[in-house]
Ligand binder design. Structure first.
Ligand SMILES: *Cc1c(COP(=O)(O)O)cnc(C)c1O
Length: 458
C-alpha cells in the first residue's frame, strides 16, 4: 500500500460511495480514513496508523478482530451450503442449530427465534409481530407502540419510526401511524434536580400516563433499549426498569427489549434484560450475535406471543430472502461456542467489567467531565464547561467532535454523540489496553480543554 493507493481510494470514495449517517459535503471537505486491516482490539488505516478500537466496530466486534474460528466456520459453511432459504417447508442445519442455541442461553420462556439480517429488520419484525399478535387475539385496535425519545432502533422506515430522533423523522415524513414517544431516563441530559432514583420512577410513570391517555385498548407494546446506545450511552437509574415492568404487567401490554447492543455479554450477562431483571415478551438482537463478522439479526419470541402465533395458525406474511442465512448462522454458532469455551461472560463479570468501571470512573475527575458513567462495558463521559453547575459548552464549539478528533490523533476510537463521549470496548481488552484506553482518553480531554480554552479566550 502506498500514498497513491490511499489518494485513489479517497477520490473514488468521494465520487461514488454514499456513506450511512453522513453529511457528504462535510465529508468531502474533511476527507476520509481508509481502514485496511484489524487484529485483536486494533485497527490499521491505509496511512499505517494503529488505532485502539474502543467501539468494537459499531458495538459488534465483541471478541475482537482476526478470530480464525469464525473465519473457519464461514468458510466451511460456504463450501457445504452457501445459501438456501427457509420458505416453502424448507430449512437447514445452521439456522435450526442456532435457533436452539439462542433459546438455550435466553432467559426462561424464550423458545422461538425469527431471523433477519440486521437490527433494523429485527425491529420492523417486532412491529409486525406485536400488531399481528393482538389481532390474532381479536384486538386489532391494539396497534400503538410506545417508544422513547432519543431511542435508536435502526434506520428502515419502521425502525426509524420507533427511533426517538426527530431529525430522522423530519427527513422522511415519519413516524408511521401508531408510534408514540415518551421521555427517556436521561438524568444528566435533562438536568434533573431530583435525585436519580426519584427521577427514574417519575420518567417511568410517563408510560402509565400515556397508556391511560391513549386507552389501554389501543396500546400494543412498549419498546426500549435496556441501556440506550446510540442516543449517548444512557443508563437508567435502578428505579426505572422495575417501574416499567410493573406498568407493562399491570396493563397487560407487551414489553419489547431491543437487545441489539446489550445482547451477548455487553452488560455482563447474555442479555441486558437479565442485568436489569426485566422480563420482556420479545427481544430484538443483531450486532454481537456474529461478532460483526456476518450480518445477522432476529427476534427472540417469548412463549406468550409464540404460543398464540402457533395455536391460532394462519400465515405470518413476513420474512426475508436471507432470513437465517446459513453462513451468518454458522458464524453466530461459532461465536456463541467461543464465548462459552473461553468463559467470556465469567471473565467479564469477575474481571474486565469491574476493572473497566474502576478505571472509567477515574476519568470523572478530569475538569472537563461532568459525569463519568458506565454499565457493563459501555462507558460515557459528559463534557461540560462548568463541572458543579453541569453546564454544557456552547454547541458551536463542537466540544465532543474535537475530543473525538483528538482521540483519533492519539490512536483511540471513541465516539461523540453531541458532547457525550462513548466507548464500548471489546471483551478481549487486556489490562494494558485498558490503561491505554484511559490514558489516551485523558490526554484527549486535556487537548480538548486547551483547544476550547483557546477558542473561548480568542
Ligand atoms: C444498531 C442498532 C439497531 C439497528 O441495527 P442495524 O443492524 O444497524 O440495522 C437497532 N437497535 C439498536 C439498539 C442498535 O444499536
Amino acid at each position: 500500500m502506498n500514498d497513491q493507493d490511499l489518494q485513489r481510494w479517497q477520490q473514488l470514495d468521494r465520487e461514488h460511495f454514499l456513506h450511512p449517517f453522513t453529511d457528504h459535503r462535510e465529508l468531502g471537505l474533511r476527507g476520509t480514513r481508509v481502514i485496511t486491516r484489524a487484529e485483536g482490539a486494533y485497527l490499521w488505516d491505509a496511512a499505517g496508523n494503529r488505532l485502539l478500537d474502543a467501539m468494537s466496530g459499531l458495538w459488534c466486534v465483541n471478541l475482537g478482530y482476526g478470530r480464525q474460528e469464525l473465519v473457519a466456520a464461514a468458510t466451511q459453511q460456504l463450501q457445504t451450503l452457501p445459501y438456501y432459504n427457509s420458505f416453502f417447508q424448507c430449512t437447514h442445519p445452521p439456522a435450526i442449530e442456532l435457533a436452539a442455541d439462542l433459546c438455550a442461553i435466553a432467559p426462561p420462556g424464550f423458545n422461538r427465534v425469527f431471523f433477519t439480517n440486521s437490527g433494523s429488520e429485527a425491529n420492523d419484525t417486532v412491529i409486525r409481530l406485536v400488531r399481528y399478535y393482538w389481532s390474532l387475539l381479536g384486538k386489532p385496535d391494539k396497534q400503538v407502540i410506545i417508544a422513547r425519545r432519543n431511542a435508536y432502533h435502526g434506520s428502515t422506515v419502521g425502525a426509524a419510526s420507533l427511533c426517538g430522533m426527530p431529525w430522522m423523522h423530519a427527513q422522511a415524513g415519519l413516524p408511521i401511524p401508531g408510534i408514540v414517544h415518551i421521555e427517556e431516563p436521561y438524568w444528566f441530559g435533562q438536568n434533573a434536580i431530583e435525585d436519580p432514583e426519584a427521577f427514574g420512577r417519575h420518567v417511568a410513570r410517563q408510560l402509565a400516563a400515556t397508556i391511560d391517555r391513549l386507552g389501554v385498548d389501543k396500546v400494543a407494546a412498549f419498546i426500549a433499549e435496556p441501556v440506550q446506545g446510540a442516543g449517548g450511552a444512557i443508563i437508567p437509574p435502578a428505579s426505572y426498569w422495575p417501574e416499567i415492568q410493573r406498568i407493562c404487567d399491570e396493563h397487560g401490554i407487551l414489553l419489547v427489549a431491543d437487545e441489539v447492543i446489550t445482547g451477548f455479554g455487553r452488560l455482563g450477562q447474555w442479555f441486558g434484560s437479565q442485568h436489569f431483571g426485566i422480563r420482556p415478551d420479545l427481544m430484538s438482537f443483531a450486532k454481537g450475535v456474529t461478532c460483526g463478522y456476518q450480518p445477522l439479526g432476529g427476534v427472540m419470541v417469548g412463549d406468550r406471543v409464540a404460543e398464540v402465533l402457533v395455536a391460532k395458525g394462519g400465515e405470518f406474511f413476513h420474512g426475508f430472502t436471507y432470513s437465517g442465512h446459513p453462513v451468518a448462522c454458522a458464524v453466530a454458532r461459532a461465536n456463541l461456542r467461543l464465548m462459552r469455551e473461553e468463559r467470556v461472560i465469567e471473565h467479564l463479570q469477575a474481571s474486565l467489567i469491574p476493572a473497566f468501571s474502576r478505571r472509567w470512573q477515574q476519568l470523572g475527575s478530569h475538569p472537563l467531565v461532568g459525569e463519568a458513567r458506565s454499565a457493563g462495558l459501555i462507558g460515557a463521559l459528559e463534557l461540560v464547561s462548568d463541572k458543579s453547575a453541569r453546564r454544557r459548552f456552547a454547541k458551536e464549539l463542537r466540544a465532543g467532535e474535537r475530543c473525538r478528533d483528538f482521540c483519533i490523533e492519539q490512536g483511540l476510537v471513541m465516539r461523540a454523540v453531541g458532547d457525550t463521549m462513548i466507548v464500548a470496548p471489546p471483551f478481549i481488552l487486556t489490562e494494558t489496553q485498558l490503561d491505554e484506553l484511559v490514558d489516551k482518553a485523558w490526554r484527549a480531554l486535556d487537548l480538548t480543554q486547551q483547544a476550547l480554552g483557546a477558542a473561548a479566550g480568542a
